[in-house]
Design a protein around this ligand. Sequence first.
Ligand code: AMP
Length: 215
Amino acid sequence: MRIVLLGGPGSGKGTQAKKLTEKYRIPQISTGDIFRAAVKEGTPMGLKAKEYMDKGELVPDSVVVGVVEERLAKPDLNAGFMLDGFPRTLPQAEALDKIMQKMGKGIDHAILVDVPDEELMKRLTGRRTCRNSDCGKMYHVMFNPPKKEGVCDACGSELYQRADDSEATIRERLNVYAEQTAPLIDYYNKKGLLRQVAGVGPIENIFAALVKILG
Ligand code: AMP
């Protein structure tokens, strides 16, 4: 099962990807997570990515495609994979098609987790993330607060607001999504691979809708 998850920043696709990869036992490949880990380690690629991430801009295609190509070459993908946050531009989608072609495989589903813009804005400004990257649990000050303010329920680490979750950066990320990523909806629709779920309401209901698609 090879899946691409599409959706705006804050659409909950990361949360759903985690749950789906547990159910279907396939690895979640999140380019955002890969970049955040590289930033934390202070690698040259991480330092480069950080410049773009902090501004809410996309990391250049050449960098992202290289990272994904490397990840897809690892030997743990027999049962498939779930791409979360990639592709985000048409050139990335085309590059993915080429990589798949080389592997002699194809993408089975491109699933859009659809959430209106105003809702995304509300969600992202209240988002808090666990600083412990092994945990990475996410909260929301209004919709999903931790038991103790600023502290992760799961591991007790401090919660923080990602640099790219500030209001100005969020606006930029939403613009970038509309301009560069939304065209992928049409791209996958034309290939007959697009599936769609409404990304509003309880997490479990959205998950159930996704499972219904995937079987
Ligand atoms: P995410 O956690 O998926 O929201 O990603 C956080 C940030 O990492 C994005 O705002 C981009 O700056 C960068 N990023 C992640 N995935 C990609 C991608 N496929 N193409 C370009 N930039 C990306």
